[in-house]
Design a protein around this ligand. Structure first.
Ligand SMILES: Cc1cc2nc3c(=O)[nH]c(=O)nc-3n(C[C@H](O)[C@H](O)[C@H](O)COP(=O)(O)O)c2cc1C
Length: 371
């Protein structure tokens, strides 16, 4: 059944395919992964949370918290739902998502289309006891008179239903949002998020999701502010507004955020730089262009505790998470490692980590997808 639906999705325009994929997972249709990964321990402890494995579904796929249980059943250790805004909003006019198959990439300018925090809360209350964690990614409405107040509101409304909260200040598709990455705005934003937790009388780890287009000189202030304002983890990165010259697809010039393969190296580089500034004071989540075990491994080698993906799932189908986890376990074994903590940060230079992980995947026979 799921093979048929995955085949059908490939024939549909990108947004219709996304809707079908969400519905498919909402009905829990999908391949079941093997139960474990032999002798390699893939569990991760982070901010007081126990993740069964390091691989998560990145925000943007399950925008309204409609199908997180189905996504966890594919093998993801966590699912980040959202971005969720206080009020429902339609997002940008269609078409607003484009596949770039030759480039193994996607461009989207959805613009936080979503049903708003009350619908998301209702969906999150239906959560089944599951083997993974659910994070909630929050943002501001496009026409909000006070975007920072939107974060306080969504944090207060959703913290009780989330294992962690991510403050998304890096989407390129909401005007002004990325300005919240400046030091002064960031302090106010983080104070508002803490106020939101206090409003709800709850403690939850706060994660911060940053853009890949930040300049080198912006990173130290972001890291120091995150540390001093009680952020638990930085997620690096969101989609990029850059357009590498090598892109081939005719949609390459579309406005929006580019994700997938062309983002892998730059996002891994920013992750490595953040790791260098953070000096173990923050947990790190590596996102951007992961579609195989060696790419996940490269992000862990530069310092990621967890890895997320979205575009890989859209382009390769629902068996990808299980395949990546099997490949990752295999690569760690090839390096003589039995747990993730031993791999984290072992090669701080992004280029060297990428080369090492790629070479290892070429010389050791890694498990392939079975369909
Ligand atoms: C269609 C699409 C929609 C997205 N929507 C969101 C979003 O609502 N909030 C968010 O924080 N990130 C969003 N992202 C960014 C992803 O979570 C991720 O950071 C980025 O795509 C890089 O990872 P990838 O190359 O594995 O896709 C979206 C990405 C895509 C492709």
């Amino acid at each position: 059944m799921w093979q048929f639906l995955a085949g059908l999705a490939r024939q549909l325009p990108a947004e219709a395919a996304h809707k079908l994929a969400v519905e498919t997972l909402r009905w829990r249709i999908g391949p079941r992964p093997p139960a474990d990964h032999a002798s390699t321990d893939l569990r991760v402890s982070l901010a007081g949370l126990e993740f069964p494995n390091p691989l998560g579904l990145a925000a943007g796929f399950d925008k309204n918290a409609a199908c997180y249980d189905g996504a966890l059943r594919l093998g993801f250790g966590h699912v980040e739902v959202g971005t969720i805004t206080p009020l429902p909003q339609a997002g940008n006019p269609k078409p607003r998502v484009f596949r770039l198959p030759e480039d193994q990439a996607v461009i989207n300018r959805y613009g936080f289309n979503g049903k708003g925090m009350h619908v998301a809360a209702r969906n999150l209350r239906r959560r089944q006891p599951a083997s993974g964690l659910v994070g909630v990614n929050v943002g501001a409405n496009k026409t909000s008179p006070d975007p920072i107040a939107d974060y306080r509101q969504t944090v207060a409304a959703l913290a009780g239903l989330a294992d962690y909260i991510t403050l998304n200040i890096s989407s390129p598709n909401t005007p002004g949002l990325r300005d919240l990455q400046t030091e002064q705005h960031l302090q106010s934003l983080l104070a508002a998020a803490h106020d939101g937790l206090a409003d709800a009388k709850l403690k939850r780890p706060l994660f911060l999701k940053i853009a890949p287009d930040l300049h080198d000189q912006d990173l130290p202030a972001i890291v120091e502010t995150a540390v001093s304002c009680g952020v638990s983890a930085i997620i690096a990165t969101n989609t990029t507004i850059a357009r590498p010259a090598a892109l081939q697809n005719r949609h390459a010039g579309e406005a929006g955020g580019l994700s997938g393969a062309p983002l892998f190296a730059p996002a891994t580089d920013i992750l490595a730089r953040v790791a260098g500034h953070a000096k173990q004071r923050l947990a790190l989540i590596g996102v951007g262009g992961v579609a195989s075990g060696w790419q996940a491994y490269a992000k862990i080698l530069v310092g990621a505790d967890l890895v997320q993906l979205y575009t890989g799932l859209a382009l390769h189908g629902p068996q990808l998470p299980a395949t990546i986890l099997a490949q990752l376990a295999h690569l760690m074994q090839a390096d003589g490692l039995t747990n993730l903590a031993a791999a984290k940060g072992q090669i701080p230079d992004a280029e060297k980590a990428i080369q090492h992980a790629l070479r290892l995947s070429q010389i050791s026979v890694t498990p392939k997808a079975t369909a």
